[in-house]
Design a protein around this ligand. Structure first.
Ligand code: GDP
Ligand code: MG
Length: 178
């Protein structure tokens, strides 16, 4: 914490193609705000300050997770550096939902002694006719994960703002209870 502002490093993880980068670009304001507010800190890292519940918080969003098997170092790095995680799957892709469970286990192993804030994110909620994972399955999974759950659509920008506000709240809840 620095002069009242707080920095949170938030890491996007999940199967290739689920919409991590699409969510990151909305966060970065690529669509609504081409020349201001958001800073790009090199490739795949974005910084933005939000006001949540009357208090400001700066999120450093890291979108460098890849899932091609040949970048173990990056994945290990991602598992270590986050203050909080967004585990993303696509509601149109059951395999990506199953992958989310694996990632939750991996994260728990990597950060055993820590109570890391996580949101399970079911993205592509606009693709209603291709749905393979129900809302109740997502919610039940989050209960098992002991984390929050939200469905988003990067395509129609539904619940994306709520997602980033939500992760700030999750980090604060844990800090405040210490
Ligand atoms: P990543 O591999 O997880 O970073 O996924 P991308 O952000 O590159 O998205 C993969 C594909 O899914 C792209 O073609 C996106 O345009 C598309 N996509 C991402 N989010 C959504 C969404 O919410 N709805 C729909 N319909 N398509 C999406
Ligand atoms: Mg990507």
């Amino acid at each position: 914490s620095e002069s009242g502002n707080t920095y949170y490093r938030v890491v996007l993880i999940g199967e290739h193609g689920v919409g991590k980068s699409a969510l990151a670009k909305i966060f970065a304001g690529v669509h609504d705000n081409p020349d201001g507010e958001c800073e790009t800190l090199g490739e795949n890292t974005y910084e933005r300050t939000l006001t949540v519940d009357g208090e400001s918080a700066t999120i450093i969003l890291i979108d460098m997770w890849e899932n091609k098997g040949d970048d173990q170092w990056i994945q290990d790095h991602c598992m270590q550096v986050g203050d909080a995680y967004l585990i993303v799957y696509s509601i149109t892709d059951k395999a990506s939902f199953e992958k989310a469970s694996e990632l939750r286990i991996q994260l728990r192993r990597a950060r055993q002694t820590e109570d890391i804030p996580i949101i399970l994110v079911g993205n592509k909620s606009d693709l209603v006719r291709c749905r393979e994972v129900s809302v109740s399955e997502g919610r039940a999974c989050a209960v098992v994960f002991d984390c929050k759950f939200i469905e988003t659509s990067a395509a129609v920008q539904h619940n994306v703002k709520e997602l980033f506000e939500g992760i700030v709240r999750q980090v604060r809840l844990r800090r405040d209870s210490k």
